[in-house]
Design a protein around this ligand. Sequence first.
Ligand code: ATP
Length: 231
Amino acid sequence: MFEMRGLNVSYGDSQVLWDVDFSVPAGQVVCLMGRNGVGKTTLLKSIMGLLKPRSGTVTFQNEVLTPLPSDQRAKRGIGYVPQGRDIFPDMTVLENLRIGLIAQGQGHTPIPDDIYELFPVLHTMLDRKGGVLSGGQQQQLAIARALVTRPSLLLLDEPTEGIQPSVILEIEAVLQRLKTAGNMSILLVEQYLDFASRLADYVYVMDQGTMVLEGQMEALQDADVKRYLAF
Ligand SMILES: Nc1ncnc2c1ncn2[C@@H]1O[C@H](COP(=O)(O)OP(=O)(O)OP(=O)(O)O)[C@@H](O)[C@H]1O
């Protein structure tokens, strides 16, 4: 179980998150929605320890994470797939996959076979440079790289952004498989409502740094959610 209570986060004098309460129960897929600039990425970075909150607490599996730096949070089992994917363009696919393991002091651990079962395309491209992959392949590599370290909470920042529909379906199938396996929680930041609604158990909607709507996916009306997604 991941929990955030009363989180306030600022960039200098500009406050972006206001008293945010938020949780991701074990084994569930929770989707965080909201239009551009409302603070979704800021919330993910705060979970990862890349931003220090002004106040509030973050707990994961009954441990207070708030004082821990991001590498320690990764070691506790939080995997992060950032917006824009952040693939290392001059490193090969295999090197990109190994990065997470090396960061955790497990540089000699082989890439588990199930990673290639989930993303067969990567297996055919291990020696290619990350920078020559298509956007969709880079997104798959970014997800695979996070999964290599066996996270128990996976954070995904807009994985469908700029990706062609056929690859979106492949990514959706992977996330469905992970959900069905049931040993991982997923926090999905997403603006693509159809994709989110097929995957999520529970949804939060943010506007201007505060949570404005939340509920079980099937209980929320699309129209209510769309009101906060319209540009
Ligand atoms: N490094 C930064 N310094 C100052 N302000 C920032 C910084 N990063 C983000 N912001 C501001 O914080 C607010 C929230 O940004 P954030 O990236 O969290 O939103 P978002 O909901 O993830 O949007 P998007 O969907 O466009 O990624 C925005 O007003 C943004 O301009």
